[in-house]
Design a protein around this ligand. Structure first.
Ligand SMILES: O=c1ccn([C@@H]2O[C@H](COP(=O)(O)O)[C@@H](O)[C@H]2O)c(=O)[nH]1
Length: 319
C-alpha cells in the first residue's frame, strides 16, 4: 500500500487531554478517555486507508512477549509500522537473553526502556506488566499478564467493535466459556462496568466460573449480572455473545466442552441483530459455519486491533 501524504490528515498531535502514562489494567480508563481513544481510532482508520503516516518515524516500539501471540503482537507491530515508527521484537522473551538465567523482568525493562520509546509486554505471570511499569523509563503496555490477569488492549478493541455498532449504555452481554482464566473477559468486564445500565451474564460450567474479584467489583459499581450454567437460557436474551474457549484439559469430557459451543444449531436462538465476538484463537467452541453469519464480528474485532492500538500508541507517545 502506498503512503499518500497529501492532503495530510492531522493526528491531533496536541497532547491527549487525559494523562495516560502506562496501560496496565482496564480500570484506568474513564468513559471520556475511552471516547477520546475511539475518536483517535476513527482517525487511524482514515490514515490506514491511505497507507499510514510517517509522523512517528524515529520512534521505537519494543515488543517483549514471554508467551505466544498472533493478533496482539502482529497488530502492535503493524500499528507502529503504519505510524512510521520502528519495532524491536521478540516472541521468545522467556528464553531469550538473560531471562533463562533468571534475569528479573525489572532489569530487562530498565535496559530495553533505554533503547525504545514504548514497551509492549506480555508476561506469563500475573502482575508482570505492573512490575515492568513500576521501573520503566518509557510507557509500558500490558499485552496480557498471567492467566488470571488482564489484557486491557484486547478489551479496548472489543469495546470499540461493539461501540461502532451500537450504544454501550443499556447493553446486555453474555460471556461464555472458560471465565476463571479468561483475561480478555476480565478486562472487558471492567470496561463495561463504566457504562450505565449494562447487564452481564457469565455462562460457564460451575468450576470455570468468573472469580469473585470481578463479581465484587461489579457489585461495588452496581452493575447487574447473572451467573448461569445453561447457555440456552441466555443466548436469546443478549445483544452481544462474547464466546471464549474451554481448553479440553479444564473439563472432564468433550461433551461438556461442546455444551458451551456456538454452532448452526444455536444461531436461530440469537437476537436478529446480536453480535458474536471471540478474542480468538478458537477451538471447538465456535464452529466455522458461524463465520458466514452476519452476526459474526470476530474477524472485524481482530482487525480493529490495528487501529485501536495505533490510537493508543499515539496517545502514549504524544504525551
Ligand atoms: O478464548 C480465549 C482466547 C484467547 N484468550 C486470550 O486472548 C489472547 C489471544 O492472544 P493473541 O495475542 O491474540 O494471539 C491471549 O491473551 C489468550 O490468553 C482468552 O483469554 N480466551
Amino acid at each position: 500500500m502506498q503512503i499518500t501524504e497529501e492532503p495530510k490528515i492531522r493526528i491531533e498531535s496536541s497532547r491527549p487531554s487525559m494523562n495516560l502514562r502506562h496501560v496496565v489494567e482496564s480500570q484506568q480508563f474513564t468513559v471520556p478517555l475511552l471516547m477520546e481513544l475511539f475518536d483517535r481510532t476513527r482517525l487511524m482508520e482514515r490514515i490506514v486507508a491511505r497507507g499510514g503516516t510517517l509522523d512517528y518515524q524515529n520512534r521505537i516500539l519494543a515488543s517483549l512477549f514471554y508467551e505466544p501471540s498472533t493478533r496482539t503482537r502482529f497488530s502492535f507491530e503493524a500499528a507502529m509500522h503504519r505510524l512510521g515508527g520502528r519495532v524491536l521484537s521478540t516472541e521468545h522473551a522467556r528464553y531469550f537473553s538473560s531471562a533463562i538465567e533468571t534475569e528479573q523482568v525489572e532489569d530487562s525493562i530498565r535496559i530495553i526502556g533505554s533503547y525504545s520509546d514504548v514497551i509492549v509486554i506480555r508476561h506469563n505471570q500475573e502482575g508482570g506488566a505492573r512490575r515492568a511499569a513500576a521501573v520503566s523509563p518509557v510507557p509500558v503496555i500490558n499485552a496480557g499478564d498471567g492467566e488470571g490477569g488482564q489484557h486491557p488492549t484486547q478489551a479496548l478493541l472489543d469495546l470499540f467493535t461493539i461501540y461502532r455498532e451500537r450504544p454501550i449504555e443499556g447493553l446486555s452481554v453474555a460471556f461464555i466459556g472458560e471465565l476463571d482464566r479468561g483475561r480478555t473477559v476480565r478486562s472487558l468486564a471492567y470496561l463495561l462496568a463504566k457504562f450505565d445500565r449494562v447487564k452481564i451474564y457469565f455462562v460457564s460450567p460451575p468450576e470455570l466460573q468468573m472469580k469473585p474479584d470481578i463479581l465484587e467489583y461489579l457489585d461495588r459499581h452496581e452493575v447487574k449480572y447473572e451467573i448461569e450454567a445453561d447457555i440456552n437460557k441466555v443466548v436469546g436474551e443478549v445483544d452481544v455473545v462474547y464466546q471464549t474457549r474451554i481448553r479440553p484439559d479444564r473439563v472432564s469430557s468433550v461433551a461438556s466442552q461442546m455444551r458451551y459451543a456456538i454452532d448452526s444449531s444455536v444461531l436461530p436462538k440469537l437476537k436478529p441483530n446480536a453480535m458474536i465476538l471471540h478474542p480468538l484463537p478458537r477451538t471447538v467452541e465456535l464452529d466455522k459455519t458461524v463465520d458466514s453469519d452476519p452476526r459474526a464480528f470476530y474477524f472485524r474485532q481482530a482487525a480493529n486491533g490495528l487501529v485501536v492500538r495505533m490510537a493508543l500508541l499515539t496517545m502514549l507517545l504524544d504525551r
